[in-house]
Design a protein around this ligand. Structure first.
Ligand SMILES: [Zn+2]
Length: 160
């Protein structure tokens, strides 16, 4: 995707040090705020909701100052925003660009929507196998073996 330089400057270089997460599907930014425990850590955060995007139509954008995401955190973000781009900024420059890559397995975070699933009743961590089909994330529960679209999973436990 081509970007005009002005657009890039706007979305990326406004913070000195930290992380800019761009191309988050509209509506998913707040989930990522919770996922990363940003509020508890008191980093300065700029949140853009429903911005226009050529590739997504609408998108969310998140800038977190003085926080540098790990690969593991980037993978967890990919579960909620598979097309997100993560820019690590140091001294106003993009030091590293991480394309959020889905992990093969998601443990602990998601709660199985199948109300009869054993994972809800036993003291075990949920485990989902991640599959991508036509750019849609699908998750298969290890315990009940049912497959869900990402947006069918409404509940999650965040204990990173
Ligand atoms: Zn299940």
């Amino acid at each position: 995707m081509k970007k005009k330089p002005s657009e890039k400057t706007l979305s990326v270089s406004a913070i000195k040090d930290g992380t800019v997460i761009d191309h988050i599907a509209a509506g998913s930014a707040l989930t990522i705020v919770h996922l990363l425990k940003i509020i508890e850590q008191q980093n300065r955060v700029t949140l853009g909701l429903n911005l226009s995007s050529r590739s997504l139509g609408r998108k969310d954008l998140l800038k977190i100052e003085n926080r540098f995401l790990t690969e593991k955190e980037a993978q967890n973000i990919a579960i909620f925003a598979p097309q997100a781009t993560i820019n690590i900024i140091r001294s106003y420059q993009i030091q590293k660009k991480i394309h959020a890559v889905l992990p093969a397995i998601v443990e602990q975070i998601l709660v199985c929507p199948n109300s009869r699933c054993v994972s809800l009743y036993e003291p075990i961590d949920s485990v989902f196998f991640v599959e991508e089909f036509k750019k849609q994330v699908q998750l298969r529960c290890k315990f009940c073996e049912r497959t869900f679209a990402r947006n069918e999973i409404k509940h999650y436990k965040i204990q990173l």
